[in-house]
Design a protein around this ligand. Structure first.
Ligand code: HEM
Length: 415
């Protein structure tokens, strides 16, 4: 198949439902493939890794947006993301990331374990109630999407009652990360952003008057002490990023982890009793079904990468999900195998933009999946699990199940 045809097919509903054969079709032409003037696609593990670490390949920041989307400032959702670290290059990037990175170390994140466990227990109790008498429950709606928003909400110091409100706004706003491909959805994203920005304004004022130990309080303190260190726009932009970056992504990781274990009961049983297995299992879910399929970089000047010339201004589409299934890196790449050693999937990116929340996402999934199957050992699918019609951030839309008896496995064994 022609690589451009395969690349274009990724933008169709069929391609979005089944992207892996299309990645393979592109990879048949190499690990870094020029598909049209000014666009190359990285589909090899090595090429993706090199592209993410190459300093001359940069993210599209406000200056770059000015060249291609002159009216981007009219969209509040795009404006907010553009003020965040994910859309910033050196030296702005390090300044912004430095404002929050100590909150996301594995050690710091580990302190959230009690909050995560308590949140999960509450969600499982709720699921048990909803699923009583064999009623259908959607794991995505009732569990996977509620957990990350509650956890990040606790980190940022949001009100607990607002969790589903944040979730719905964050879902609408996340479309802005797909760029300017969908103008209607962008209008909805802007409206959601305006609503959220008004709430952020109140929250910032509240934290300023009465600071606590949460991230928003420390960002406000940093901004007030030295606005050159973190501007008001960057304060709001990074709050937005933290709220949205870890929400759908972590939900999709949990959802795909649950689906794989429902289909393979031996994994579900082992998750319940073996923490080391749960860690390897989550890594393999990340490799085989990464929530972020793709990111992009632009060449600030001519670069040669893996022997291929990338002219200044060209875009490199880095397909993390394809690198994760590169047969040169992973034997039998399409096979789910939690026993793989030294897997290191590309799912959290690489280089300076490596996912800030990787430790948090891993911790949530490593706790959530064992607790889910311990509580509902009889979890059974009632319909087709369906993927969303999205490419960049990809995951399950629904995962309908019945919960079984809902009694903890230990109680059932004892009785
Ligand atoms: C399974 C869950 C997650 C996945 C798969 C994921 C994936 C990614 C990827 C691929 C990137 C790099 C994008 C690029 O280079 O263009 C990234 C960046 C980022 N992620 Fe995550 N993420 C997840 C969860 C989280 C969580 C829980 C948070 C925080 C609450 C978070 C916060 C961020 C931030 C702030 C960045 C930007 C870092 C920077 O630009 O320096 N992510 N994530």
């Amino acid at each position: 198949m022609d690589p451009l045809a395969a690349f274009r097919a990724l933008a169709t509903p069929e391609g979005r439902q089944a992207p892996y054969p299309l990645y393979e079709a592109i990879r048949a032409h190499g690990g870094l493939v020029p598909v049209k003037e000014g666009t190359l696609v990285a589909v090899g593990y090595r090429e993706c890794t090199q592209a993410l670490r190459e300093p001359r390949l940069q993210v599209q920041d406000g200056t770059a947006f000015d060249r291609v989307y002159p009216d981007w400032r009219d969209h509040s959702s795009v404006r907010a993301f553009t003020d965040s670290m994910l859309y910033s290059n050196p030296p702005n990037h390090a300044r912004q990331r430095g404002a929050v990175n100590t909150e996301f170390t594995p050690q710091q994140v580990g302190r959230l374990r009690p909050v995560i466990e308590e949140t999960i227990t509450g969600l499982l109790d709720r699921m048990a109630g909803l699923g009583a008498g064999g009623a259908e429950v959607d794991v995505m709606e009732e569990f996977a999407t509620r957990l990350p928003i509650a956890v990040v909400g606790a980190m940022l110091g949001f009100d607990e009652e607002r969790v589903t409100w944040f979730r719905d706004l964050a879902t609408a706003i996340a479309v802005a990360t797909d760029g300017f491909t969908n103008p209607d959805a962008l209008a909805t994203a802007d409206a959601a952003m305006d609503e959220l920005a008004a709430h952020f304004g109140e929250l910032i004022a509240r934290k300023r008057g009465c600071p606590a130990g949460d991230i928003v309080s420390s960002l406000v303190r940093l901004h007030d002490t030295d606005p050159a260190r973190l501007s008001h726009g960057e304060l709001v932009g990074n709050m937005m990023l933290l709220l949205t970056a870890g929400f759908e992504t972590t939900a999709f990781l949990t959802g795909d982890g649950a689906l794989t274990a429902i289909r393979n009961p031996e994994y579900a049983a082992r998750l319940c009793v073996d923490d080391a297995f749960a860690e390897r299992y989550v890594e393999e879910v990340l490799r085989v079904e990464p929530p972020v399929h793709v990111t992009s970089r632009w060449a600030a000047e001519d670069v040669t990468l893996a022997g291929t010339r990338i002219p200044a201004g060209a875009r490199v589409v880095v397909v993390l999900a394809a690198g994760n299934r590169d047969p040169r890196r992973y034997p039998e790449p399409d096979r789910f195998d939690p026993e793989r050693v030294n897997s290191q999937p590309l799912s959290f990116g690489g280089g300076i933009h490596f996912c800030l929340g990787a430790a948090l996402a891993r911790l949530e999934a490593r706790i959530a999946l064992p607790m889910l199957f311990r509580r509902f050992p009889g979890l059974a699918p009632t319909g087709e699990a369906a993927y969303r019609d999205r490419w960049v951030i990809r995951g399950l839309r629904t995962l309908p199940v019945t919960t079984g008896s809902g009694e903890p496995a230990v109680t059932r064994l004892a009785s």
